[in-house]
Design a protein around this ligand. Structure first.
Ligand code: BGC
Length: 464
């Protein structure tokens, strides 16, 4: 990613910056909407098609298979087609996938449509942040990474609202179809955004890049210096696989991979995709009530993301990660306890609700935004693109593993033991954060890279 295109230019915001931020938000909303929506829809789908636990898990996780492939191939595609064109195609994939889901499909067509939507999610999860970082001033970059997480949780919350509305009419197909609306806005928005500066410059079109830069930064801002820095950063761009595994860069890989895997294997998406199913297991009588309770979960997720974002720089990444993980572990312990000792009683409903709220609030304030932020910070410039692409792909693969196996684990080991398992993983994760993850608050990307190259241990990469 272009990282050192920094400027000492007069402070002027062009209207383009707002368009960029809104389009970025649409990408995140689609990511959140299209992953969260299945939670309510699956209650109806499993009844209509009479699914086993394995088939249920497969349908819910099919979107993640697409997302994995979308993420790992999007690096190549975005170099070839350009970020802008790829994101326009991406909006079409989102739209087509959503429409096919609404056309009264058979089960395999439905799975195919969900894989298609998944490919679109995977592409946007990698290309959208890349594109945004390449056309926005560096000082907004961290804020835009956080904006992305805020947009994801907003998308999840909207999907729960829509699920509730259509659940009242027993129409799961419409839940999936509504995804076409943000896709349409994204398509239109992308038509008006410029090509990525780095990409267009890398194709040898310096003049075009320069005129785009002038347009983005607004009238009267001198952009020659920034242009020179973009060209300089182009020289660093092409990281190769061997470099990623070489010393000392594999320390960044260890931190990035560790965080991305922890974010998933502590079970977040068992709640995001299966909350209504868990509420039914806990004894909530109808699908509508279970989806209504899920809306509460979505609201808490959104609320605590908003609360946490300013705290990330104020309190630091590691303190928030510790508090968050401890709270998540307590929530998981509560769920394990209630499924062991209370069977489908009012008590189990309340304890499961409280456990899930504690868990989701703590995730939203810690691993949700901070994992993505740290991942974007720890790779040195020359392998940042490759590192982020591999890490994003791994995030989807780990997500798939947890989502696909959740119901089968519940069937064979019981809900209590399954949540206890995530609890144990949470405890191990606390040690990983303590011993391996650096505190990077207030430290520049250049300093982190310098520490890495000087051979400091992963934990000490954030020293000034
Ligand atoms: C994770 C997603 C998760 C979402 C929940 C994101 O940071 O990557 O897997 O569904 O947070 O809010």
């Amino acid at each position: 990613m272009k990282e050192d295109a920094l400027r000492n230019e007069p402070e002027k915001k062009s209207h383009f910056f707002i368009v960029i931020a809104v389009t970025a938000a649409l990408e995140g909303i689609l990511f959140g909407y299209d992953t969260g929506v299945i939670s309510g829809a699956i209650l109806f789908i499993k009844k209509e098609f009479n699914f086993s636990a394995q088939m249920n898990g497969f349908v819910v996780s099919s979107v993640l298979i697409g997302a994995f492939f979308g993420a790992i191939f999007s690096g190549r595609l975005s170099d070839h087609l350009g970020r802008k064109r790829l994101l326009i195609i991406d909006a079409v994939l989102f739209g087509v996938g959503s429409i096919i889901s609404a056309l009264d499909p058979e089960v395999w067509t439905l799975i195919g449509a969900r894989v298609l939507v998944g490919i679109a999610i995977g592409i946007s999860s990698y290309v959208a942040p890349l594109y945004i970082s390449e056309i926005s001033p560096k000082k907004y970059w961290g804020a835009l990474v956080s904006l992305n997480q805020l947009a994801i949780v907003t998308g999840i919350f909207l999907s729960y609202l829509i699920d509730y509305f259509f659940a009242l009419h027993d129409q799961w197909r419409w839940m999936l179809a509504v995804g076409v609306i943000p896709a349409l806005f994204l398509f239109i928005g992308m038509l008006f955004l410029p090509y990525s500066l780095l990409w267009i410059a890398s194709k040898g079109e310096r003049q075009k890049a320069l005129s785009i830069l002038k347009k983005i930064r607004g009238k009267g801002v001198k952009v020659e210096r920034e242009m020179a820095q973009i060209e300089k950063s182009m020289l660093h761009q092409k990281g190769i696989w061997k470099t990623l595994f070489s010393s000392p860069i594999r320390k960044s890989l260890l931190i990035g991979m560790g965080l991305t895997i922890i974010q998933q294997v502590t079970g977040i998406n068992t709640i995001i995709y299966y909350a209504p199913t868990i509420f039914e297991m806990a004894g909530f009588q109808t699908s509508h009530v279970a989806i209504l309770a899920t809306m509460g979960i979505g609201g808490v997720n959104l609320l605590f993301t908003v609360i946490a974002l300013p705290l990330i720089d104020l309190w630091g990444r590691k303190p928030l990660l510790f508090i968050g993980l401890i709270g998540m572990c307590l929530g998981l312990l509560g769920l394990a306890y209630t499924f062991h000792y209370h069977h489908q009683s009012t008590t189990s409903q309340w304890i499961s609700m409280a456990g899930m709220i504690l868990y989701i609030a703590c995730f939203a304030a810690s691993l949700g935004p901070i994992a993505w932020l740290l991942i974007a910070e720890v790779y040195p410039l020359k392998v940042r693109e490759l590192g982020c692409s591999v890490t994003t792909g791994t995030n989807w693969a780990a997500n798939w593993l947890v989502t696909f196996t959740f119901l089968t684990l519940v069937q064979f080991l019981g809900a209590s033991f399954t949540f206890f398992l995530y609890f144990l993983i949470g405890i191990v994760s606390i040690f990983f954060i303590y011993f391996i993850v650096p505190e990077t608050t207030g430290v520049s990307l250049e300093d982190i890279e310098e520490n890495l190259m000087a051979g400091k241990s992963p934990r000490h990469l954030g020293r000034k």
